[in-house]
Design a protein around this ligand. Structure first.
Ligand code: MEV
Length: 300
């Protein structure tokens, strides 16, 4: 019996999370932390991950369940899906997009559905929207194609050459809830919140040029501004800011929340990765020194 294994990367945001949900520009980059999904034909549907073993289950495995439903017409009998990941669920590193895209691609290869990568990204985005309430195409696009891109323009940028350090707070964050919180803040106080969202988009515009110029000092200072604006949108946390300030004090050019916020992860760029990682660890975070990657979803 054939088994197909695919992997897809997580991602960090240099700029633009939350604002991108309202059409503002974001810059995101795939990182070398991957989710691996193996699929094989089986009598019924079985999904196994660190969350447990279930059948189709919209609570424990909502994304994979939707992937199987989406591909149901191509699956004869059932499918067994096994998931392992470098990305903690709800860490803000695009774990849900990575599992969705790796599962869709593995099902597509295993059952020879003929889907292109563009189609996989589009179906993945629709699944995230269904599960999450609202989703930009950022996470699913970057996880499918890899590299550093602007969204919505899909402009491919050079990969940053500076070390990247991620700090994980260890606490789960619900993208669905945080996106909904920002939406209600925006509805209650549009005169205040709309300009903040537009300003975040403008940081991506400046950032795009600075990345091409390899001006990491200026890039870092704009990331610091983006962190403050995410706090203003109410998606910060004490733990995130503690890790951000620890990274800055240890010499990072810039540090900010990445992803939905509320918990999850922060990201720093620095030429002192070991010092920044030590500072994050001694402030109670889990430090991960990682690198950007051009590799999107792939068959293992
Ligand atoms: C979550 O990784 C990023 C958000 O901007 C939501 C989205 O873009 O779908 C908060």
């Amino acid at each position: 019996m054939t088994i197909t294994t695919c992997s897809a990367p997580g991602k960090i945001y240099f700029f633009g999370e939350h604002a991108v949900v309202y059409g503002e520009k974001a810059i995101a980059c795939a990182v070398d932390l991957r989710t691996r999904v193996s699929v094989q034909p089986s009598g019924g549907h079985v999904i196994s991950s660190s969350m447990g073993t279930t059948g189709l289950d919209t609570v424990i495995h909502p994304y994979v369940t939707q992937c199987i439903r989406e591909m149901e017409q191509y699956i004869t009998g059932g499918v067994k899906v096994d998931i392992t990941s470098d990305l903690a669920v709800g860490s803000g590193l695009g774990s849900s997009a990575a599992v969705t895209i790796a599962t869709l691609h593995a099902l597509s290869v295993q059952f020879d559905t003929g889907h292109t990568l563009d189609e996989i990204a589009t179906i993945g985005h629709a699944i995230e929207g269904k599960v999450q309430g609202a989703a930009s195409p950022t996470d699913t696009f970057v996880s499918t194609m890899g590299g550093m891109v602007t969204i919505p323009g899909r402009n491919k940028l050079s990969l940053p050459e500076c070390p990247i350090v991620i700090g994980y707070t260890g606490s789960f964050s619900s993208t669905r809830e945080l996106v909904a919180n920002v939406r209600s803040l925006k509805e209650d106080y549009p005169v205040t919140i709309d300009p903040i969202i537009r300003t975040i988009g403008s940081l991506s515009g400046y950032g795009e040029v600075l990345i091409e110029d390899r001006d990491y000092i200026a890039l870092g200072s704009l990331m610091n501004i983006n962190h403050g604006l995410l706090d203003a949108l109410g998606v910060g946390s004490l733990e995130l800011s503690n890790l951000v300030w620890a990274a800055r004090k240890a010499g990072a050019w810039g540090a900010k929340t990445t992803g939905a916020g509320g918990g999850g992860c922060m990201v720093a760029i620095t030429d002192y990765p070991d010092e920044v990682a030590d500072a994050i660890s001694s402030t109670g975070g889990e430090a991960i020194i990682t690198s950007p990657t051009y590799e999107g979803v792939k068959v293992e």
